[in-house]
Design a protein around this ligand. Sequence first.
Ligand SMILES: Nc1ncnc2c1ncn2[C@@H]1O[C@H](COP(=O)(O)OP(=O)(O)OP(=O)(O)O)[C@@H](O)[C@H]1O
Length: 466
Amino acid sequence: MCAISQEIWSDVLAYVRNNISEVEYHTWFAPVKTLGVREGSLVLGVRNSFAQEWFRKHYLQLLEDALRSLGAENPQVSFEVLPAVQEAMIMPETSAPAPAPKVASPPRPARSGPDPELSKILNPKYTFENFVVGPNNNLAHAAALAVAESPGKAYNPLFIYGDVGLGKTHLMHAVGHYLAEKYPEKRIAYVSTESFTNELINSIRDDKTTQFRDRYRSVDLLLVDDIQFLARKERTQEEFFHTFNALYENHKQIILSSDRPPKDIQTLEGRLRSRFEWGLITDIQSPEFETRVAILKMNAEQANINIPQDVLELIARQVTTNIRELEGALMRVVAFSSLNNVPFSRAVASKALSNVFAPQELQVEMPEVVRAAAQLFEVTTEQIRGTGRARDVVVPRQIAMYLIRELTPHSLPEIGQYFGRDHSTVMHAINKVSDSVKKDEEMAAQVSRLRRHLEGLHETDGEGSS
Ligand SMILES: Nc1ncnc2c1ncn2[C@@H]1O[C@H](COP(=O)(O)OP(=O)(O)OP(=O)(O)O)[C@@H](O)[C@H]1O
């Protein structure tokens, strides 16, 4: 089963589930298997001809609505009866209670506890190999790696904070996977603060606080997500304080994530706050354009989907601040192209995203970029757009082309036309700058300064949709 069909099917199932009863869902939809998208039609495998008829009569409209919500303009669904053997094989897997995880919103593991099964609750996708390192997250990544290599010794606790959907959970799980692989005997617990609180409440109710304490105080690595939710929960704070101390004193590693630094978590007891500050506090910022493109590229490659670079760039320009949404946008484009049976292109991507994301509001124009580059490099705009080949005008010209490509929707031929050159010259300039910013710090700083300046000019418009 190809990854795209699986993704589409997951989204369709989520839609269906929201629109029918749980009983209906489990009776009819849980055993269905997606057989792929053929010529724009989603093909579903059902158990027998009775089910086939039932689906046609009762659920066709719902399924078409689901596909429409994913961008299909002329949604089509067909049903095929699965061969009996195949059915027997797929039943156990497809009758699982929840639909497959969505890229746009990966599920949190529901439970945790330091038993040998713990490593299984870590999302298998959240590894160091799958984490794209950029200027926005390199410190957090380096710290996580250091902790993974020397748990309990490098930084304890490691406190990672940042806005939603920027990879905090991913990094935590990556440490868990690394450790689980290197030291299979180590005990690892991942828990959200909400689950920790609920488990504590239940343990008090059931008179099982000793077991609760044993569970959390006997692990080698404790990963706690969304620790900001400890605010105003005095009893949980008290319990967590003791858990923390027990682990810390035994040199066990603790990693905490939060949407803000400890000093900004209101009503957090001073003694806990100070403990959170004992180790290393590191943040993750929103990814820059190039990091966003790299993340999209990795996701597309992993799903075995070949998407042109300029389409990835368009998506990266559209979603700027949340990687979960960035991944959701990519899947939307993939679903749209597959369901409408059209190849990937910038136009298709724009269309696929137009219902969900406001059009890119950062309306930088080509002359603005040229003006800004001219000002920074102390040359004239005419020189930048002219034919001179001296280095002091060639570099600003190439940087201007590069930033126009990044910040505006113009195509290579359009940019070429503006500079009186053909698109391959523009492509060469862009590749050159792209290479240079990786090797030459001064160049990287100049490009980044110009970008910030241009984005700043439009800040009141908002920087995109997310
Ligand atoms: N640097 C990265 N490289 C590749 N994928 C990333 C990166 N950062 C985040 N992601 C992906 O983005 C999605 C959201 O990440 P994650 O759930 O870790 O965010 P979070 O910061 O924990 O968000 P929240 O605050 O909502 O819990 C995941 O699918 C994750 O794999």
